[in-house]
Ligand binder design. Structure first.
Ligand code: PLP
Length: 394
């Protein structure tokens, strides 16, 4: 039987990078001693107040069709938070609730891009971007985020990548896999380039509240961006709600109207009882949320301090999020070989970051979604593995 050409565009090679991860998950299920540092699923429970509101809604029979774009109360809560942060006037007409940020990214891609369009994306980039942006027939134009620049984007690389076909710039700030956040200066330059070249800018901000001291800037709040900025976010990481699929897309009303039509054809709204929980998440400053953020920061500090003592590897300390890039070039191994041999020798799974972009060559991505003891043990095993490599410094 024949499939549409779409299946090739969403088929990508990203999958190979996950081989070690899937092995680790299957080994863990089989009872083997493994420590999984290859994914970004929070190891915390969703705060109880959120779960309780959802259970109450479910018991009360709140189980019918939702407004296609999400409950008005939820959209208003998302709009209020966004306006308070960015200063950008935002109402519920600018908000669509989506099944996670991923669904928001995909909806934006379908509504903004067409065959022949070019989309500039800083790399290394989040693994789903390839399929998401190629689905409507657009071509990704990667621009490097260089290790020697701590994986921060140089906006002049974006300027150099522009062509007559450029339609949009997509990026994540904070970035997965690097944990780097875009500076205000960089975003101002991108905003200028977008205005001068009539581009959409889609900013993926799923880690925006998990920052470690530096200010997170949303490009949507910069002058002149109201008509061309699209912001994607979710409760997945900030509130440990990955399985709830509660995300959103914020943008000009005209885009949200198109997303409404798309939702009619595809998603048809999200479960109302889940949205009731999301309202609690957004209308309260729940103590657990700050505790989770502070815990990631503590884990980052501990992992960076431990691994930076190991000759042959070097941490890029992230600004935010739950990942860091570990430079393994000093071990003489390429990233893929490092992650494979590390797993086979120690049971610690990390992600070969080259699957996320060429600029990540020589790096693996290490996540912090493990408790303090497991993370300490993982660092000890990584240290032992690296020190045991031929030619390793004592
Ligand atoms: C950069 C980035 N964007 C989007 C997502 C997807 O998030 P969600 O669970 O909200 O769909 C992830 C998840 O890991 C991510 O790292």
């Amino acid at each position: 039987m024949r499939f549409s050409p779409l299946v090739d565009r969403i088929g990508g090679e990203g999958a190979a990078a996950w081989e070690i991860h899937y092995r680790a998950v299957s080994d863990q299920r089989a009872g083997r001693d493994v420590i999984i540092l290859s994914v970004g699923d929070p190891d915390f429970d969703t705060p109880a107040a959120i779960t309780e509101a959802t259970i109450a809604a479910l018991k009360a029979g709140d189980t019918h069709y939702s407004d296609l774009l999400g409950l008005e109360e939820l959209r208003a809560a998302i709009a209020r938070r966004f306006q308070a942060k960015t200063g950008q006037p935002t109402t519920l007409d600018n908000v669509a609730v989506m099944a996670g940020a991923q669904c928001g990214l995909f909806a934006s891609s379908l509504c903004l891009l067409a065959p022949g369009d070019e989309v500039i994306v800083p790399e290394p980039m989040y693994v789903t971007y390839e399929a998401t942006l190629q689905a409507p027939g657009a071509t990704i134009v990667p621009v490097p985020q260089r290790a020697e620049n701590e994986f921060h984007l140089d906006a002049e690389d974006v300027a150099r990548a522009l062509t007559k076909r450029t339609r949009a710039i997509y990026f994540a700030t904070p970035c997965n896999p690097t944990g780097a956040m875009m500076t205000r200066e960089c975003l101002e330059r991108i905003a200028q380039l977008a205005a001068a070249n009539d581009l959409w800018v889609v900013s993926d901000e799923v880690y925006a509240t998990l920052t470690f001291g530096k200010e997170h800037v949303s490009i949507a709040g910069l002058p002149g961006m109201a008509d061309r900025a699209v912001t994607v976010g979710s409760l997945s990481k900030s509130h440990a709600m990955t399985g709830w699929r509660m995300g959103w897309i914020i943008g000009p009303k005209a885009l949200i109207d198109h997303v409404h039509n798309l939702s009619m054809a595809m998603l048809y709204g999200l479960p109302t009882f889940l949205q009731r929980g999301a309202i609690v998440a957004l209308e309260h400053d729940l103590a657990e949320v700050e505790t989770m953020r502070a815990t990631y920061q503590r884990r980052r500090d501990a992992a960076v301090a431990r691994l930076n003592q190991v000759p042959g590897v070097k941490c890029h300390s992230p600004d935010a999020g739950m990942f860091m890039m570990l430079d393994v070039r000093g071990t003489g191994l390429r990233s893929g070989e490092f992650s494979r041999r590390l797993y086979e020798a120690t049971g610690v799974s990390v992600l070969d970051a080259t699957a996320l972009g060429r600029s990540a060559e020589g790096h693996v991505r290490v996540s912090f979604v493990a408790d303090d003891k497991s993370l300490e043990e993982a660092c000890r095993r990584i240290s032992g593995f690296v020190r045991g490599l031929p030619g390793a410094a004592a």
